[in-house]
Write a protein that binds this ligand. Structure first.
Ligand SMILES: Nc1ncnc2c1ncn2[C@@H]1O[C@H](COP(=O)(O)OP(=O)(O)OP(=O)(O)O)[C@@H](O)[C@H]1O
Ligand SMILES: [Mg+2]
Length: 466
């Protein structure tokens, strides 16, 4: 049912007009019909009364002939009106086709109808009985009126009504078409504007102010979608720029180092040194590329598979073991806080990856001798794993961007270690959380920075049920 709104409106307008005119037409016709009948009856009644009055005072044959003459003038042969007088005395009979009068139907009031030979419609009649006087016996006076002129009026009226109604329906349909066109114009303009949108013009918005209110919600929703699209597009562009930027430094190092090494003859140990330095940069490149490949997989909506029911505290301890050397070196300690018995449904390799990114950050951003805490906590639908370390507060403005790709609060400032992060660690934590149906969080309060992620508990329950 893909009919256009315009066609639908026109059909509905026409149907509404048809129903309206049919109702009004029927009502008008009924009123006219009743009025015409009443008029005809009135005419008959007056004619009957007047003639009856004349006959009442006639008692002789001579005077009767004057009555007949009067009836002849009042109801000429070609006229619509007819008189008949029925009587036992043949001298007081009047009217043509008196034999036919047997067929006249009549009600108690003397109203009736008669079908005369050679006519297609019945005549309306009224009759009255007149008491005898002198020579004259009691007679029955009948007056009849031909319905043909009334019938013609009715027919003409009906035809006019039908014609007018059809014309009106047609006019309303045309008008409806025009109204629909005018009414839908803003929609057309809107779609033209939307069609003109290109990646280059993503910052444009459809105008909301001049629109009819019905379209405003739609436009707002569309503009909202545009805003999100623009943001995603801008992020993508920024991401490309960041990738290029991140890859440029190690590549420049590699090229520069190699050029210097080749600029004059070198001994084997010297070349070994250069190659070792190159290897460092190459590994850095590989780690960026690997991280980006991982993020791309997560972006495609890949979710954690091979989920295993895992006691989290034990898994965290295993990750901490990897950092034992660095921790000892800087005199730091990690302790696990919260319910040690918590279990979750995890893909352990992903979990360790996220965990070690968090620990690495905490170590990098704390002073030697600091006390780090891994917090474990369960709420209604998620299990939270957080890492806290004492350190400089992270401003609110930064907190919401920590998990963005290539985002570093201060790219120039680094705490312990020679590690120069490229700002993908927390983006990977976020991706891992997403792959487990979880979320991320970051807070900075009372000199303690806490960053963490969650994994959905629903996965655990479904796995348990299975
Ligand atoms: N525990 C923390 N305390 C203070 N700032 C932090 C902490 N963890 C992360 N940050 C800030 O968040 C930024 C992003 O962290 P992320 O782990 O994504 O990148 P990175 O550590 O700079 O590089 P990478 O982890 O990719 O080697 C960091 O540059 C740092 O400024
Ligand atoms: Mg990091």
């Amino acid at each position: 049912m893909n009919r256009s709104i315009g066609a639908r409106l026109v059909t509905m307008f026409a149907a509404a007009a048809l129903v309206t005119f049919a109702l009004i037409g029927t009502a008008l016709y009924t009123v006219l019909d009743r009025e015409l009948t009443r008029h005809q009856d009135d005419e008959l009644h007056i004619g009957l009364k007047n003639m009856a009055y004349s006959i009442q005072h006639v008692g002789t044959v001579e005077r009767w002939s004057r009555v007949k003459a009067r009836m002849d003038t009042l109801a000429p042969q070609e006229g619509n009106l007819r008189f008949w007088v029925l009587s036992d005395d043949p001298r007081f009979l009047y009217g043509t086709g008196l034999a036919d009068m047997q067929r006249m139907t009549q009600d108690a009031d003397g109203r009736g109808a008669i079908m005369l030979p050679g006519q297609s419609y019945a005549m309306r009649t009224q009759s009255t009985y007149i008491e005898p006087l002198d020579d004259r016996p009691g007679v029955r006076l009948i007056i009849g009126s031909d319905s043909t002129p009334y019938r013609h009026t009715r027919q003409a009226f009906f035809t006019a009504l039908l014609g007018l109604s059809l014309f009106a329906v047609l006019a309303v349909a045309l008008l409806g078409y025009w109204i629909a066109r005018v009414g839908l114009k803003p929609l057309e303009q809107l779609s033209d504007k939307a069609q003109a949108l290109r990646p280059k013009t993503l910052s444009q918005r459809l105008p909301e102010a001049a629109l009819p209110i019905e379209l405003q919600a739609l436009t707002q929703a569309f503009n909202g979608a545009l805003a999100r699209l623009e943001e995603a597009y801008a992020q993508l562009e920024a991401f490309n720029a960041d990738v290029a930027h991140e890859l440029r430094t190690p590549l420049a190092n590699l090229i520069g180092g190699t050029q210097v090494a080749l600029s004059r003859p070198r001994s084997a140990p010297e070349f070994q040194e250069v190659l070792a330095s190159n290897l460092e940069d190459l590994e850095r490149l590989r780690s960026i590329v690997n991280d980006m490949l991982f993020l791309a997989r997560a972006d495609r909506g890949e979710v954690a598979t091979g989920l295993v029911h895992t006691p989290i505290a034990a898994e965290v301890s295993k990750t901490i073991e990897f950092f034992e050397f660095v921790l000892d070196e800087s005199g730091m300690q990690v302790h696990i806080d919260g319910d040690q018995g918590i279990e979750a449904q995890l893909e352990t390799s992903l979990f360790r990856r996220a965990m070690s990114n968090l620990l690495q950050n905490a170590i990098e951003h704390s002073a030697p001798g600091a006390q780090l805490t891994v917090g474990l906590r369960e709420d209604a639908d998620a299990t939270w794993i957080t890492v806290s370390n004492p350190g400089e507060p992270i401003a609110r403005a930064h907190q919401q961007h920590l998990f963005d790709r290539f985002y570093r609060v201060d790219a120039a400032r680094h705490g312990l270690g020679q590690h120069h992060g490229h700002g993908l660690g927390l983006a990977i934590v976020k991706a891992v959380a997403g792959m487990h149906g979880g979320q991320v969080m970051a807070t900075s309060a009372g000199g303690i920075n806490t960053i963490g992620f969650s994994v959905a508990r629903s996965a655990v329950t479904t796995a348990d049920a299975a």
